[in-house]
Ligand binder design. Sequence first.
Ligand SMILES: Cc1cc2nc3c(=O)[nH]c(=O)nc-3n(C[C@H](O)[C@H](O)[C@H](O)COP(=O)(O)OP(=O)(O)OC[C@H]3O[C@@H](n4cnc5c(N)ncnc54)[C@H](O)[C@@H]3O)c2cc1C
Length: 200
Amino acid sequence: MRAAAYAAGMTQRLVVIGGDATGMSAASQARRRRGVGELEIIAFERGRHTSYSACGIPYWVAGDVDDPNALVARTAEEHRARDIDLRLGTEAVEIDLDGRRVRTREQDGGAEAWTGFDHLVIATGAVPVRPPIPGIDADGVHGVQTLDDGEALMAGIDRRVVHDAVVVGGGYIGVEMAEAMLRHGLRVTLLERDEQPPPA
Ligand SMILES: Cc1cc2nc3c(=O)[nH]c(=O)nc-3n(C[C@H](O)[C@H](O)[C@H](O)COP(=O)(O)OP(=O)(O)OC[C@H]3O[C@@H](n4cnc5c(N)ncnc54)[C@H](O)[C@@H]3O)c2cc1C
């Protein structure tokens, strides 16, 4: 129905790429300013969670937070109830600026589709530096950016007998993760290439 209104030029469409803090704040603010009859809002998030607190991942790994769902500030259902068409597990893989459309791929099954837009917000976050060293993609090597990363880390700890953890990077996230690993009873080594850890 809404897609038909957009296709007929009766409403405009905002497409948001990235469904965490920035993307869903933009989508929510747009919905507050424009009603459903004026603006259709579609948000694509390639992960399985939306509006989560990445800041809470070390506390969840440490056991201070029991359930990763406690780190979700607003669920997909809550966004959808506010007329934001949030599509999880859907990655934007190409932007056709001339055609004003985005190509997406579903993480399950790989189905692809083009979605037109009048307005586009790119809120894909920053990418943590993964040093180009041998073994960086080996099993048991984890990053911590998204809740999906946190789930993979926790599953790794549950699945195998783990005695030692090495944390690469002595910034505040590295120190928080080192403390979290200690709470699992592991021997922890924290590696920092500078003489001093970065200031907090
Ligand atoms: C472990 C950790 C601890 C932190 N602690 C603190 C703290 O204590 N205090 C503080 O202020 N900040 C902290 N931060 C930083 C804070 O979490 C970020 O500033 C904030 O998450 C940025 O939000 P964002 O929406 O811009 O980006 P992100 O949170 O990175 O979200 C980007 C989203 O875009 C999605 N995405 C990426 N590419 C695509 C694509 N092509 N198609 C569809 N979706 C895509 C990703 O899956 C992701 O969900 C921490 C971050 C981490 C990782």
